[in-house]
Design a protein around this ligand. Sequence first.
Ligand code: 13P
Length: 250
Amino acid sequence: MSRKKVLAANWKMYKTPDQARHFFHDFLTLVHGHDRDEIVVCPNYLALDVSIPAAKGSNVAIGAQNVHWEKEGAFTGEISTSMLLAIGVTHVIIGHSERRQYFGETDDTVNLKLKAALEAGLIPIVCVGEVLEEREAGLTDDVLRRQSLRAFHKVSAKKAASLIVAYEPVWAIGTGKTATPQMAADAHAIIRGQAAESFGQEFADQLRILYGGSVKPENAHTLMSEKEIDGALVGGASLDPKSFAAIVKY
Ligand code: 13P
């Protein structure tokens, strides 16, 4: 079963619109014609507006880092699926560990957001991953199974066709510590197993599961050579065009 890899950048709370423009100026030249993999860049909300025209017609898709599940309403500070679609966003990260950790995101809100994104036609990148204490307590399997099961709750395989999952062990994010390809492969197998239970084996066989957590140009090749790893979600090393291009070309 061959799955096209996805190399996705999560810029987090970095880059002004001008800095985003400069990034695309350099990055698009570096990855021009690269069609072996899918490339996605997820800027902050304010940089979306310059990133979309900058990437238009290129091999790079643009995603948001979050979305609200309601269509509209009195939700100060939130952004809806239709607002993202209206400006040309195609992908959205859901349930990143930083949102779970600092902004009260739960398995239930992840599920609501996933359903809203799929309903609207956005391609969701749902993040799951254990914290260090959970890994050390031998709870990684349970955590990944629970996060996946609850994210997928009442989502049909048909609706979920575009789903992408990112396994991001929280202890590997921004720490310089990377999961070994074997650790990632084991975690991906658990997530894929839950996807098989929720959506069926055929769906699970096609599901792309990305690895995230200190992916760098130096380790990208080794990680991407593992057949369970279907791409990467890259934070820090995606901010520099040369560095992210090197990861894309692993
Ligand atoms: P780093 O690549 O900076 O470790 O961040 C990973 C991440 O959180 C991507 O979503």
